[in-house]
Design a protein around this ligand. Structure first.
Ligand code: ADP
Ligand code: GN1
Ligand code: MG
Length: 363
């Protein structure tokens, strides 16, 4: 194992390594904060990337280089913006790339640490939800004219519910760790909804909604707010690639408007808060509303059901598979996450009429 300092010293950072330790609640990478010795120099985020999840890290890094370069150019034209706080900044390695590969086969990268930020797993006020909506709407609008070739698909078929269900069905059939027999209710829940969840894919294949550049991981804690809870920056850019706007809208609502945590064990605490939903939608449409076509708008209110169901299916598949994908904190964590997501889907189904009305009134 390398020390964090040894890895840190392979990058063109400004400032001497002081200390480093783990940070954050992400389910995928190993993230560390590095504090530099000098008080007036930046601190850094050092990440050991999960190359089981992301099979082609150089391509992933190329996406992030292009996306952050483009956003920084846009920010330069916006008075009062701060490129170091409103956009992730990758630090090049001494090898000329934006990542290094160590002898253990681990990939590492470094970003500037964005100071004085707030990141929320649960949102407790419409103002925060509104700010998150603005940040995600603006991100999408800024990337609409990204020049050059399409971005790499860093995880093929990432939000393709058809493929996710194929994998689910195969995993249930092979049942590698003999868990499928213990969860018949949840399996039934998935199968009952499988067909209706394919509507967004169908609209795409009929060219009624366009593929755009989307973030694809707009869990609310991937939006950094400042200490006054104003939108700062979107992080976790590993899955920025072509997608439908519904994916980002849905994932943001799944996390921003849920009254409980993503993995809440007490299902009675889970619900959808329509004030938070409305505030998020208002913020989002204020930035991205005039770029959306009528069909995209019509299906926005359905998107949270799709993405919450998709996350539930993915957690559940990982549980049946024996927990090979997500980091877990106890043996049945993935099942607990899946149950929480399925409960949230049920709550959204009950509120669907109101959710549609809210989008309609705001557009
Ligand atoms: P994961 O894919 O594992 O979720 P993230 O890239 O989201 O990894 O990073 C994990 C956590 O690290 C984030 O939730 C956030 O708290 C923190 N973080 C990541 N990048 C930065 C940054 N540039 N500045 C400050 N904090 C950051
Ligand atoms: C993962 O990296 P993180 O924790 O922000 C996952 C997302 C899920 C999320 C669920 C690459 O996101 O798709 O929505 O967990 N990222 C990947 O919390 O699979
Ligand atoms: Mg994250």
């Amino acid at each position: 194992m390398h020390s964090l300092k040894e890895i840190y010293d392979l990058f063109l950072t400004d400032g001497e390594f002081g200390s480093g330790g783990p940070l954050g609640s992400g389910h995928i990478h190993d993230t560390f904060k590095v504090e530099t010795v000098e008080k007036n120099k930046d601190d850094y985020i050092l990440q050991r990337l999960n190359s089981k999840v992301f099979k082609r890290i150089p391509e992933l890094q190329e996406n992030i280089e292009r996306v952050t370069f483009h956003i920084r150019q846009k920010l330069a034209a916006i008075p009062g913006s701060d490129p170091k706080r409103n956009c992730l900044t990758l630090i090049p390695a001494k090898n000329g790339k934006s990542w290094i590969l160590d002898e253990n086969g681990d990939y590492w990268r470094i970003y500037i640490y964005i100071t004085d930020h707030r990141s929320y797993d649960i949102v407790d006020s419409p103002d925060k939800a509104f700010e998150g909506g603005k940040a995600i709407g603006r991100f999408q609008a800024m990337l609409a004219d990204l020049p050059g070739k399409p971005l790499h698909e860093t995880i093929p078929f990432f939000h393709d519910i058809g493929k996710r269900l194929e994998t689910f069905n195969k995993t249930v059939a092979s049942d590698p760790v003999k868990r499928a027999g213990q969860v018949p209710e949840e399996i039934k829940f998935v199968l009952q909804r499988a067909e209706k969840m394919k509507i967004i894919l169908q609209l795409g294949s009929e060219n009624r909604i366009p593929l755009r550049i989307t973030h694809n991981d707009t869990k609310f804690n991937n939006v950094l707010l400042d200490k006054n809870d104003k939108a700062l920056c979107l992080i976790d850019l590993d899955t920025v690639m072509p997608g439908y706007v519904h994916y980002d809208f849905g994932d943001a609502i799944r996390t921003a408007a849920n009254t409980a945590a993503e993995d809440e064990a007490d299902l009675s605490k889970i619900g959808i808060n329509l004030d938070l939903y409305e505030a998020y939608t208002k913020g989002y449409l204020s930035e991205a509303g005039n770029t959306l076509n009528p069909v995209e708008k019509e299906y926005l209110a359905f998107a949270p059901q799709l993405i919450t169901y998709t996350m539930g299916v993915r957690f559940f598949t990982d549980y049946i598979d024996g927990d090979n994908y997500y980091k877990i904190h106890h043996p049945h964590h993935n099942l607990q996450r899946a149950k929480a997501q399925f409960r949230l889907v049920t709550c959204m189904e009950k509120q669907y009429g109101r959710m549609q009305e809210i989008v309609k009134n705001l557009s």
